[in-house]
Design a binder for this molecule. Structure first.
Ligand code: CA
Length: 230
């Protein structure tokens, strides 16, 4: 499934231009027009990347960046800042706050798309899990799509395996039910399949993981995370 990108920009023409060009690249796009909505949306939607204009009404872009990078739920989401030529020093502060890259206005869609792809590629390299992962009594082999407890293979359905893999990929971050639903069951099914589906699959996955099921932690009224540490 293509990456989900959140655009934070109050200038409608720029949003329209980005929306059109990024959708053409196959990205899933949604946009907000001020800092408060940006923080809400980033938490709720868990986008794969955020394009953040620094000049926003209300909470400005730098504050948004700081807030997102200081919260466990959003710290790992990469941010590309949109800056004006006159904002040289803001750009530096933004990078220090943890933004991943910047593009100076005016920019061409092609330039921004190249930056987006580079940042997403870097993230994937950084996040790549080893082919075989050992956690406690669990051995997860991603190339063979197999899971074993104390060396004894257990049978997971493809959805249970994907669910486990998605939780592991998040490296301890909390994932919302909606996020899991989107990423495992797909956007198109979101209407028909209730978020309850996620809970049911978590239940069966926990049963199969036996003692290690304690690692799947429920975050009430939100979602789940996987505890890697003992
Ligand atoms: Ca702006």
């Amino acid at each position: 499934m293509k990456e989900k990108i959140l655009i934070v920009e109050d200038e409608k023409d720029i949003v329209k231009m980005l929306d059109y060009n990024l959708k053409k690249e196959g990205f899933r796009i949604f946009s907000v027009h001020d800092g408060e909505d940006a923080i809400d949306s980033a938490n709720k939607e868990q986008p794969d990347l955020i394009i953040l204009d620094l000049m926003l009404p209300g909470i400005d872009g730098l504050e948004v960046c700081k807030s997102l990078k200081n919260s466990n739920k959003t710290a790992s989401i990469p941010i590309i800042m949109l800056t004006a030529k006159s904002q040289e020093s803001d750009k530096v502060i933004g990078l220090e706050l943890g933004a991943d890259d910047y593009v100076t206005k005016p920019f061409s869609p092609r330039e921004l798309i190249a930056r987006i792809k580079a940042v997403l590629r870097r993230m994937k390299e950084k996040d790549r899990l080893p082919e075989v992962l050992k956690i406690g009594d669990l051995t997860i082999d991603f190339s063979k799509i197999s899971v074993a407890i104390k060396g004894k293979p257990i049978e997971l359905t493809s959805k249970e395996f994907e669910l486990l893999k998605t939780l592991l990929n998040a490296k301890g971050r909390v994932l919302s039910r909606d996020y899991l639903l989107d990423n495992i069951w797909g956007f198109d099914h979101a209407m028909e399949i209730q978020t309850r589906t996620v809970d049911v699959h978590i239940q069966t996955l926990r049963k199969k993981l036996k003692n290690e099921s304690k690692r799947i932690i429920t975050v009430k009224n939100y979602g789940y995370r996987f505890e890697h540490e003992d």
